[in-house]
Design a protein around this ligand. Sequence first.
Ligand code: NIG
Ligand code: FE
Length: 403
Amino acid sequence: MGKRVFTNCLAATMVGGDDGYGLIVDAAIAVSDGRIGWVGAHADLPEDYADWPHQGLDGALVTPALIDCHTHLVFGGDRSQEFALRLNGASYEEIARAGGGIRSTVGATRAASDGELLTAALPRVDDLLADGVAVIEVKSGYGLTVADEMRMLRVARQIEQHRPVRVRTTWLAAHAIPEEFEGEADRYIDEVAIPGLEQAADEGLVDAVDGFCEGIGFTPAQIRRVFEKAKALGLPVKLHAEQLSDLKGAVLAAEYGALSADHLEYLDPQDVPAMAASGTVAVMLPGAFYALRETKMPPFDALSEHGVPMAVATDCNPGSSPLPSLRLAMNMACTLFRMTPQEALTGTTLNAAKALGLGDEYGTIETGKRAELAVWNAPHPNYLSYWIGGQLLRGRISGDTFV
Ligand code: NIG
Ligand code: FE
């Protein structure tokens, strides 16, 4: 990888500045060997860079490439039927308890070959790429056997061979209780979730460990056992917490120093200090809030007051959030959760990187970080959240190449 200086751009570095965007007008960004070597006002560019190749960006807005830190985008089948059922009054939980929901996707995922799972996932990845995304997290959780959960993570990793995107994989075997373990959640944890995690970690397939702590998922005691195994293996944890009810999942996650606690609509404001103390990122998933027509908002004010970093993600999945657009998730975070556009962009860059344990490498335009940037047809970073849908991406910078 070579060297290049990108010039004539408005850089939203996401570092400092009164507006939180760290805006630099008429910026220059010097890149070498895939990393950012220098960023600042073009007028201040040191002499040493004078003979490097320069490329002007016509005054375009440049931000760190976006990061989708919570997806379930490898899955078989679809659940458009359930969408119709919900519109006729059935609730997400009722559908799940009647054998639909996650279990129906499990059937379709088990029946699909690896090739079919990959072929189905790539268009979802393409949609995210078109939104300037360079890093995605992908969870297992629709296989629910050791072999099928591992298969999901292998397919997720294969995405990197087919698309210019970095993939982080999360073990989510504690997502639902499969039919063959009906009424035996503990036995499922003992026979699938825990030993499977050990095997998947052995194969190097796991970057983090997640669970669904919920009435229709797993109890805190069951999640704790999975987390103990994660801890023994030296793997970071995260948790689907307080999405439909308050089981104190976020407090449990904080106890294990979780990277993130996600959803959080039913989080008790009193539990926020525990998250703040552990540095756990609150991941807002407005797509699920919107699709399930939820009305209870995450305790946004308490999270802000205690300085809990907030991320925004798509939760792209076939049931509760069929949403492969991170920019639309940002718009929803503003409109539905009253986040500011600046908080939404921080939530898909800096804080999303933190939620994946990648804070040292991604999420800001700073010396030493990876040169993964998004170049936009937009006059100001507010525009990325304000404009609903559409194609705003002009191109991506990856290392010294602008494509
Ligand atoms: O994040 N809440 C659990 N998991 C997913 C939904 C998965 C599904 O419905 O297929 C979520 O919303
Ligand atoms: Fe999810």
